[in-house]
Write a protein that binds this ligand. Structure first.
Ligand SMILES: Cc1cc2nc3c(=O)[nH]c(=O)nc-3n(C[C@H](O)[C@H](O)[C@H](O)COP(=O)(O)O)c2cc1C
Length: 162
């Protein structure tokens, strides 16, 4: 089953998981979304700018990417949780591809430090206008803090996607 993983990753955790899923599932294209204007990735500015952008539901302009929904049987959206929301670059992606994604099988995974992913999944579901996801999972800073829980969560997620 041809799968697209569309993700944004500021510090590498979400990307780390995209790569793991690709290795486990096989026939996967990774589509990284990046904003034209990068967010500060260090210090307090990282949380202030990104947090404000997420709370304001901003839709930052994205660098060009290639995504044709008709090429995929399922789409996975991977995001870092920002202020209990999806990171804003994914908001832009979903808005830009809403029609194409409407009839797709969509799953999602969230990387977070503590909590907020459930609220973010609900917000993303609303944005997508879908009844439900095929599967979701939550990882705790998986690149920075490798753990058995994260490994189990990815494995169970991939089982549901097959
Ligand atoms: C602006 C900003 C807001 C964040 N808000 C949350 C949050 O609400 N809850 C949480 O558990 N982690 C939060 N985090 C932490 C990230 O979600 C977490 O470290 C994630 O693994 C980072 O993924 P990445 O390395 O792919 O960017 C926030 C990080 C940033 C930069």
């Amino acid at each position: 089953m041809k799968t697209a993983i569309v993700y944004y990753s500021m510090c590498g955790n979400t990307e780390f998981i995209a790569d793991k899923i690709r290795k486990k599932l096989g026939d996967v294209d990774l589509i990284e979304i990046t904003p034209v204007k990068t967010y500060p990735s260090k210090g307090i500015r990282k949380f202030l700018w990104g947090g404000k952008s997420a709370i304001m539901s901003e839709k930052p302009k994205l660098n060009p990417y290639t995504f044709s929904a008709e090429n995929y049987e399922q789409v996975i959206i991977g995001f870092p949780v920002w202020a209990s929301r999806i990171a804003p670059p994914l908001r832009t992606f979903v808005e830009d591809n809403k029609e194409a994604l409407k009839d797709k099988t969509v799953s999602a995974y969230a990387c977070q430090a503590g909590n907020g992913a459930e609220k973010a999944f609900a917000g993303l579901k609303n944005l997508l206008g879908i009844a439900d996801y095929k599967a979701t999972t939550i990882l705790i800073d998986p690149k920075e803090k490798p753990s058995e829980d994260n490994e189990k969560a990815v494995a169970a997620f991939c089982e549901k996607l097959k």
